[in-house]
Design a protein around this ligand. Structure first.
Ligand code: VGL
Ligand code: ZN
Length: 196
């Protein structure tokens, strides 16, 4: 069984969003066309409380894209984004959603960020995605969505650790920082992942 994992296709990561990924909207029709190729389609949704500590706004004197130590982990400070219940946190309405069987939310704990759809950045807690996929007999996953250099990359890296044959679909993802994704891409390939 082969699953498609659609990562964080939410308004705040699209043009005009608070943490817009350049050309993020261009991947939506591509993802819509891809879905029929899979036995199972799931999605993730970044879902932060308004006081999430990954937000620069929660740290006096800090500005977005600075890096701090947050509870022992390096943390990029982001503009406020994907606040629970806000428009920016909604999955894009242009994203075909009929086939999405489950949506795994992440980033609810204000003390720790959660890029991967599988666990938080400190691997303290699982979202349940790995167990769900395994229960459904999935052995291979393809990861797409936003952003290539953060949530797509970390979801794909953890998918390998969870024992799935894992690919990132190049044409169905966009990066916040293209250069950073080039390096992470190599790390992913070295770990046994594929770019397709
Ligand atoms: C993401 C930064 C912060 C992502 C989420 O979906 O890639 N990036 N939160
Ligand atoms: Zn986030």
């Amino acid at each position: 069984m082969k699953a498609l994992i659609i990562v964080d296709v939410q308004y705040d990561f699209l043009p005009n969003g608070t943490l817009a990924v350049p050309k993020g909207d261009e991947i939506i029709p591509i993802i819509n066309n891809l879905q029929k190729e899979y036995d199972l389609v799931v999605a993730t949704q970044d879902w932060h409380p308004a006081n999430h500590k990954s937000f620069a706004s929660q740290h006096a004197g800090q500005i977005p894209f600075e890096v701090i130590d947050l509870n022992g982990l390096p943390q990029v400070l982001w503009p406020d984004h994907c606040v629970q219940g806000s428009f920016g946190a909604e999955l894009a309405e242009d994203l075909e959603a009929h086939a999405i069987e489950a949506i795994f939310r992440k980033g609810m704990d204000p003390e720790i960020d959660s890029y991967s759809g599988f666990y938080d950045n400190g691997r303290r807690k699982q979202t349940g995605l790995a167990g769900y996929l395994k229960d459904r007999g999935v052995s291979e996953v393809h990861v797409c969505g936003l952003a290539a250099d953060y949530c797509v990359f970390f979801t794909a890296m953890d998918a390998i650790d969870e024992g799935f044959k894992t690919s990132i679909i190049s044409k169905a993802t966009k990066a916040i920082d293209k250069g950073a994704f080039m390096e992470k891409k190599n790390e992913f390939i070295q770990k046994g992942g594929a770019l397709i």
